[in-house]
Every structure is written in C-alpha cells, then in structure tokens.
Design a protein around this ligand. Structure first.
Ligand SMILES: Nc1ncnc2c1ncn2[C@@H]1O[C@H](COP(=O)(O)OP(=O)(O)OP(=O)(O)O)[C@@H](O)[C@H]1O
Ligand SMILES: [Mg+2]
Length: 337
C-alpha cells in the first residue's frame, strides 16, 4: 500500500490563506541522522498550482526533505509553512491535506485495483463514491477488478497516483513516481500531473529523468543536502554558465582521451556518432576544441547545453567542494543516479 499519512476522518482540503501565498515555504531546513547532516539549510518555495521538480544524486536528501515537509519527519532545524501550516507544530494538518506517493510504494497484490482503493478510502474516512469517481478520473474503471499484483509498471503507477489523490489533497508530493516506467506511460502520467496542476493542485516531484525535469515549471537541485540551484529550466541552464561544443568525425575515442585535461574542458561525453565537450571557461574550451578538430580533421560546432550537462557539472563541483573526507552522505555523488 502506498504510504499514507495519518489522517483524520473527512480529510477536507483546506485553502491556502491569502492569495499568492506559497504552498511550500520552508527556510533553512536541517535534518541530521546521527552525525550526518543530510538536509543542510534547505530553503524552498513552491507556489500554488506549480509543478516543482526536485533533482539531485542518489543520497542527496530529496526523500528526507520531502518527509520533513509533509510532517512525517521532524526537522532538527529550520522553519516554515506548508499549506499555511507550521511544519513544526501543525504536521497533522499538513498530512491531512497532502497526498504523498512514496519512492517505493506498494499495494496489496492479492486485492483488485478497486479493493486497494476501497482500503485507502476507509483510511481517509471517504464515502464509497470517492472510489468510483477516482477510478473514472484516472481511467482505471475498466481494470478495476484486476489484481494489483498482475498490473504492469505503468498501471501500478496510476493506481498509486489514484490512492494519493483520492482524498483531494491540496499538495501532491511525488517521490520518483515514474522510476522504471516506459516512456509512453511516463508521458501519460505527466499529462495527468499537468491536468491536476491546472486545477490548482501543487506538486513537488523528485525525479532522475531530465525530460521530466523539463516538464516542471521550476526545478530545485540538491547536492549533499544543500540546495545548489533553483529556478525555471532556462534560468538554471543560464546560471550554470556552460558552453557546449559538438565534435563529429572519425577517431572520436582518441580525441576524447586527448581532450581530457586540456584547458577549459570539464566534461566529455560520447553521444552516438558525436562527442559533446562542455566547459565553464568558454574561451579556453574553444581553443582546445578547435585545436583538436584541426589536428584530427573533424568538425566542431557549438551546441546547446543540456540540463544533464548542468547537473553533471553540479555533481563534480559538489564533490570538489566537499572532498572525500567531508561528504555529508558518505556516498559518491552520482553513484547510480
Ligand atoms: N532513517 C535514516 N537513518 C539514517 N540515515 C538515513 C535515513 N534516511 C536516509 N538516510 C540517509 O540520508 C541521506 C539522504 O537520503 P535520501 O533518501 O533523503 O536521499 P535521496 O536524495 O532521496 O536519494 P535517492 O535519489 O537515492 O532516492 C542518505 O545518505 C541516506 O543514507
Ligand atoms: Mg529518495
């Protein structure tokens, strides 16, 4: 079963007081496990109706931050409001008005879709009609009698979404909701998220997929517990200040080896028959790239910097800043991210 915050009967959604007030407004959130600071002074705002992406390497603190925001974990420091409620003293109110799709959600596999939703509906004290309505809203009616254990990944995701929106929350926290789901099912899922947001639901969604990051109104990037970038995709791309060159021709493997360590070269990545070379020092990078292109007789053209390039750069910079001995999480940046 999807991990459901404890609820009081009724689960009536509350309005955000004052128009324009952010739904999530937390400042300097800190969470420690033992002597490890896994959320390190995170300040984040998410406006009503916004889809805000939460990105960062494995172990960077996304899930922990989400759990602090919805009142499932008590932060060790910081303050703020979620849905207008104080995260330190009114966690129960936040839980009542929030839908939380956990990173590793599960169902009763030997119950049908409808039976799983009926179970959740009873937890929330909802009327049986809520199940029928949710089944219809999410296109699950025709499969309502199928056992949850026999569903494919995409349908399981849809059932999980149904389970966490059935009580009509004001805020949806989605923790890697589409991991391992095929592109069509992910696209359908995101269409649904946009429909919900258009109706006023606010969404904070963690993901490792770049295409999903691009479907968010804003993104937040966290590394070793610290928020290192926040803004629209265009703003985050621009603020990274990276330049990208694309080389095409023969011997790209040898060129990549030679380029490594040359002035201005921060990243080298083969993409099919091309080589993407990325750096912060535009002038030095151009000199290195042109020199290599000339000596190997390949073409070099300026390309678009991608969000992935930016995030790889963030990871490298964070690793440099933290040093191996000082890492907040004790795991390498990007390990399996
Ligand atoms: N209950 C806990 N007790 C001790 N350490 C924990 C606990 N929960 C998380 N951690 C540690 O906190 C750090 C942040 O974990 P968290 O799950 O928040 O990262 P994440 O960004 O969600 O990672 P992923 O992308 O892999 O889901 C990790 O080093 C993790 O091992
Ligand atoms: Mg996580």
């Amino acid at each position: 079963m999807s991990e459901v915050p404890s609820l009081s009967a009724g689960g009536s959604p509350g309005a955000v007081p004052g128009s324009g007030e952010p739904v999530i407004d937390v400042r300097n959130l800190v969470k420690r496990f033992g002597d490890k600071t896994v959320v390190d002074h995170v300040t984040m705002r998410v406006a009503k109706g916004e889809i805000s992406g939460f990105l960062g390497p494995n172990g960077s603190g996304k899930t922990t931050t989400i759990r602090c925001m919805c009142g499932l974990l008590r932060a060790d420091g910081g303050e703020g409001r979620v849905l207008g409620h104080d995260i330190r003293t009114e966690a129960w109110k936040i839980k009542r008005e929030t839908g939380y799709m956990t990173q590793r959600f599960s169902f009763y596999e030997d119950l049908s879709i409808r039976e799983n939703l009926q179970f959740v509906a009873r937890l929330y004290g909802l009327q049986p009609a809520a199940v029928t309505e949710t089944l219809a809203d999410l296109g699950l009616t025709s499969r309502q009698n199928q056992l949850a254990g026999t569903l494919s990944g995409g349908w399981k995701q849809r059932l999980a979404l149904a389970a966490c929106i059935m009580h009509k929350p004001q805020l949806l926290l989605l923790d890697e909701p589409t991991a391992g789901v095929d592109p069509k099912a992910r696209r359908d899922f995101w269409d649904e998220i946009h429909h919900l947001a258009a109706d006023g639901l606010t969404v904070l969604v963690s993901t490792h997929y770049m295409d999903e990051a691009e479907r968010c109104h804003r993104i937040n990037y966290i590394s070793y517990g610290k928020l290192v970038a926040s803004g629209t995709v265009a703003e985050v791309l621009a603020s990274a200040g990276l330049t990208t060159w694309i080389l095409e021709g023969a011997n790209l493997g040898a060129i990549a080896r030679e380029l490594a360590g040359m002035p201005g070269v921060d990243q080298i990545a083969p993409f099919g028959v091309t080589l993407h070379v990325v750096g912060r020092d535009a002038a030095a990078l151009e000199r290195s790239v042109r020199q290599m292109a000339k000596s190997h007789g390949v073409t070099a053209e300026k390309g678009e910097t991608s969000l992935e390039d930016v995030f790889i750069q963030f990871m490298a910079e964070s690793t440099d800043n933290m040093g191996n001995g000082n890492m907040a999480n004790g795991s390498p940046a990007g390990g399996g991210a």
